[in-house]
Ligand binder design. Structure first.
Ligand code: IMP
Length: 439
């Protein structure tokens, strides 16, 4: 017989209580920041569980634009607790800069609303130097990283040589450990013919940053579990996207963390059985920054979107590569993430088009395939199979209700549901919080 466990009973009795993971269904930049901000209302805690300051979440609220890199977007709300979980890699200087910028925009930040996991790893200046040196060495085979030191920091973590955030609360332990790491990494930098990181200057700067950040550092696993026991709702703010995931992405053109829903659990210490819902965010077309395969890439769409002032990266300012919506990727992302719902963003980006293509399958060596192949070499051999839809040729940005969308826009969305197997719950038609339609 079907029985609810204690948690499910409580969730059933209190329909407001639910733990939700939001992930990107493509290569990042899907507009997760805006969707997360839209559903933060129903959450008490907003948790980041993977990535670092390579992420750039843009939230526009009352005409004011906020760009968040490491800090969960819940910080823009009063009475939300923001958690930077153990799966995140933290650049203390980047974090302080972000805090200062947000404070200058009137955002309040204190240990009361921002806590950082003791076991999150630190991104140090030598990681950034190594990131840049590696990319330079790769030449035209480069990954196109954000240069934020993400790969080298995760490499140190996995190799068991990293420094964890708890050390920011223990300066006497941090100081010799940090000096040791700088000297060791400087050997690698010197061997690569790259400028070394100044030892004493860096140690002093990190200790100064540590003194400011220490009050925020705590056991965030306990924070999350106590909140769940108290009946609170957690929102996991995904960073990057499914195809930048270290396991499921277009390796090696990926980031170095688990960006899919499973990563939200390992990166926070909240187990899968406490997750109630997964929302995958997906642009109405596709974009990617950095190198790597992109089957539906289309320069004409890129030119159109760039001319509209859209699709420039929030972290690096780079013009994003653009193309048609690839339903093969989104279908597979729905599967990997266990997505219950899709939030479609940037539908208004397609407003001016006569016709709109959707890639429904690929042809690889003469065979039609429904899921992306595993190697870059095979992905590069795939030909997209498109179906063409008639465009709605109407400005959607002022529409207030889903029901008022033009029938052709609704038909496009309906087709996406069929092709991907997930229900569309939200539709974005502009950057503002208000330009989000509930389905
Ligand atoms: P890294 O994360 O800086 O090592 O970069 C690895 C790849 O992930 C590069 O192609 C980046 O452009 C991409 N990437 C990292 N973070 C983001 C993001 O937040 N949005 C989009 N692409 C990202």
């Amino acid at each position: 017989m079907f029985q609810l466990n204690q948690r499910q009973c409580a969730a059933f009795l209190n329909s407001e209580m639910s733990n939700t993971i939001v992930v990107g269904a493509q290569w990042g930049d899907e507009g997760k920041g805006k969707i997360i901000d839209f559903i933060t209302d129903k959450s008490d805690l907003v948790v980041r569980a993977a990535g670092g300051s390579n992420a750039g979440h843009t939230v526009i609220n009352n005409g004011q634009k906020y760009i968040l890199h490491l800090i969960p977007s819940g910080i823009l709300w009063e009475n939300k607790l923001c958690v930077i979980g153990n799966g995140v890699v933290i650049d203390p200087f980047g974090l302080l800069e972000e805090m200062a910028k947000l404070r200058s925009q009137g955002v309040k930040i204190s240990p009361e609303n921002l806590v950082i996991s003791e076991t999150a790893h630190l991104v140090m200046p030598y990681h950034k130097a190594l990131d840049r040196a590696r990319e330079a060495k790769l030449g035209d085979k480069k990954i196109g990283t954000t240069g934020r030191g993400i790969g080298p920091a995760y490499a140190d973590k996995i190799e068991r040589g990293g420094l964890r955030a708890v050390l920011l609360t223990q300066p006497e332990v941090l100081e010799p450990e940090l000096r040791d790491r700088i000297i060791r990494h400087n050997e690698t930098l010197a061997a690569a013919g790259v400028e070394e990181v100044p030892v004493e200057e860096t140690v002093k700067a990190v200790l100064d940053a540590a003194a400011i950040l220490a009050p925020h550092i705590t056991n965030t696993v306990v924070v999350c579990h106590e909140a769940i026991q108290a009946g609170k709702s957690l929102l996991f703010e995904g960073a990057q996207g499914t195809y930048l995931d270290i396991d499921h992405g277009t390796y090696p053109f990926v980031t170095s963390s688990s960006t899919t829903s499973g990563g939200a659990c390992t990166g926070s210490g909240v187990p899968p059985r406490m997750i109630d819902k997964v929302v995958a965010v997906c642009k109405a077309y596709t974009t990617r920054v950095g190198s790597g395969p992109f089957i539906t890439e289309n320069d004409a769409i890129g030119d159109m979107l760039h001319n509209m002032g859209r699709e420039f990266g929030a972290t690096t300012g780079r013009a994003r590569r653009c193309g048609w919506l690839d339903a093969v990727l989104v279908r597979y992302a729905v599967m990997i993430n266990g997505a219950d719902e899709l939030a479609i963003t940037n539908l208004d980006g397609l407003d001016g088009l006569e016709t709109i293509d959707i890639c429904t399958a690929y042809k690889l060596r003469g065979k039609v395939i429904q899921y992306p192949p595993s190697t870059v070499a095979d992905i590069e051999l795939c030909e997209p199979i498109y179906e063409t839809h008639q465009g709605w040729k109407q400005d959607l940005s002022q529409i207030k209700k889903f029901a008022d969308l033009p029938p052709l826009a609704k038909a496009y969305l309906k087709r996406l549901e069929v092709l991907t197997g997930a229900r569309i719950s939200l539709v974005g038609i502009g950057p503002d919080r208000e330009q989000t339609l509930t389905v």
